[in-house]
Design a protein around this ligand. Sequence first.
Ligand SMILES: [Zn+2]
Ligand SMILES: [Zn+2]
Length: 134
Amino acid sequence: MSMKCMEKDCVNELMIISINDGEDRLNLCFNHATIFASDERLITLEGTAPQISSSKLDKTCDCCSEAALEASELDPFNDDITWNLCMDHLKKLLTHQLSIEEYKSLYNIYGDVYLLHNDFYNSGVVFQPVGEGV
Ligand SMILES: [Zn+2]
Ligand SMILES: [Zn+2]
């Protein structure tokens, strides 16, 4: 299975975020996953790339009661992590915009992992969301 980023013309095969809704799978490099989470319209997928829709998985978001997608971080230098999150919370995670309660819920499950790193949050208080400031 190809794990290349599905953004048109992107050749990145490292640090892939693989989002799976139970039927389709969307693979994006970390960079394009962050852009996707900021504004889906900024992403130009390859012609054959699947669109991810509502989850058909029998899973619940770790932050709310919505049906969860699986989002796996495939990083050759660290253990893979699979997040169970709805699209809204996945986007918040990728753009470092979780609320204190959401941050705590995820930290209790996943611990001190990159996307929950202290650099992005100050004791769970967001201070540097992606896409704000200059
Ligand atoms: Zn990419
Ligand atoms: Zn959620």
